[in-house]
Design a protein around this ligand. Structure first.
Ligand code: GAL
Length: 416
């Protein structure tokens, strides 16, 4: 009894300390597919392990269109979450509106400027200060292959667009779906930007979608992009409308389809299904884009909060996202590569090692380009204009490639 009495004040102190440090972090994201949910649960566990409460704010829908709509309503009504999955140019737009909080103290203490590549840090800062934290680097220009289906079709693994169409023809003749594709605009643009990179090359891709150069946007090479993009339609099954990206990946996993052109979040689905790269499936650069890297950087932007405890918990979240242990487990599940440059990569598979090597080499040789479909290339206004033209073209009855290039330039011009 005596010991208990003596221990009581200590116990009360310890309890109140843990209560005092506990806050709530509410995180908005659209990671709801198998691989994605597994990845985000790693963050939840870490936060709960710190004694904080995780409030999940998941809004389904790859590409995040629905999530952004919900977020706007919440933020405008003065009740933002602690952090939200906001990427690329959108970070600047939210920063300009005055919603985001300055994370400089955490960034300085954790040396973010030293451990992150510059291509990443410049996206995360508004007005010179960190307002967002990067989670990973996704490569978007990938081709995912079911080798069994290619074998059964007598087709070879394609590395160029010409080879892709030869293989696709054989797969179709053998009764399989050559290209698994979903029916959402951002998925159309994912396919379009892969074809654009192959046809235009990195320099003209950059001129078209980053510099918004009207000559390249409306030029002959852009017409050729639309010609090749249009040919892809012949190899997609008629049920693609409304299909999600992960349902398309499942078609490759199940052997209904031979290939998918999609970012490496698709690898998260293969991994969640227990599939082994190099055996059950292959990862290759999208046809004609070997040695090039289209990047997508997932990040969380941090909102201004009024509650002191929640602000503390929010800073712990910021620190945790770039913690080496979290970076490793999260990215192993997500299919992406860690965003820190000083990571031990020994647990990662060949796809991730290839991605990391290409990310590093392209950082200095001009072959690294931002993804249009993922909001890294240009503002949300210009992006919406590009989405419109490309998706209307892809779903039209008799699309005209030359007209589409002209429309693209005009649409971009009016959105600048
Ligand atoms: C992207 C996001 C990826 C992936 C994908 C599909 O926008 O950056 O992490 O999850 O959507 O949901």
């Amino acid at each position: 009894m005596k010991t208990f009495k003596r221990a009581l004040p200590v116990l009360i102190l310890a309890l109140s300390a843990s209560v005092a440090s506990a806050g709530e972090v509410e995180v908005l994201h659209w990671w709801t597919s198998g691989g994605e949910a597994k990845s985000v649960s790693v963050l939840k566990q870490k936060i709960e392990g710190q004694g904080n409460t995780w409030k999940d704010f998941a809004v389904a829908g790859g590409g995040g269109e629905s999530a952004m709509t919900v977020l706007k309503t919440r933020a405008v009504s003065g009740n933002p979450p602690s952090a939200a999955q906001i990427k690329g140019h959108d970070i600047q737009e939210w920063g300009k509106l005055g919603f985001l909080t300055d994370l400089s103290d955490v960034a300085d203490a954790e040396h973010w400027d030293q451990v992150l590549p510059e291509v990443v840090t410049k996206v995360m800062k508004y007005d010179g200060n960190y307002v967002a934290v990067p989670v990973n680097v996704h490569r978007v220009n990938w081709l995912w292959v079911n080798p069994d289906v290619l074998k059964k079709s007598g087709a070879k693994v394609p590395t160029t667009l010409d080879e892709f169409f030869i293989a696709a023809e054989k797969v179709k003749a053998a009764g399989f779906v050559p290209l698994a594709h979903g029916g959402q605009p951002w998925q159309d643009i994912t396919l379009f930007e892969a074809v654009a990179l192959a046809v235009l090359g990195a320099e003209d891709y950059q001129k078209a979608f980053v510099d918004l150069d009207m000559d390249v946007l409306s030029g002959d090479k852009m017409t050729e992009v639309f010609v090749q993009f249009n040919k892809m339609r012949d190899y997609i099954d008629p049920q693609y409308r409304g299909r999600s990206w992960n349902a398309a990946t499942l078609m490759v996993i199940d052997g209904q389809a031979a290939m998918q052109i999609m970012g490496d979040w698709a690898k998260g689905e293969f991994a969640a299904a227990g599939k082994v790269p190099g055996k059950d499936y292959l990862c290759l650069a999208a046809p004609g884009t070997e040695g090039q890297f289209t990047y997508n950087i997932d990040s969380f932007a941090f909102f201004k909060l009024s509650d002191e405890e929640n602000r503390k918990a929010q800073k712990q979240l910021a620190r945790t996202i770039l913690d080496k242990d979290f970076q490793e487990i999260f990215n192993l599940n997500k299919g992406s590569i860690p965003v820190r440059l000083d990571m031990d990569m020994s647990k990662f598979d060949q796809c991730a090692l290839d991605s990391m090597a290409t990310f590093r080499s392209t950082s200095t040789n001009g072959e690294l380009v931002p993804s249009v479909s993922q909001g890294l290339a240009t503002t949300s206004y210009v992006q919406a204009a590009i989405f419109d033209v490309v998706t209307n073209f892809f779903n039209a009855k008799s699309p005209d490639p030359q007209q589409a290039a002209g429309k693209l330039a005009r649409a971009v011009k009016s959105a600048i």
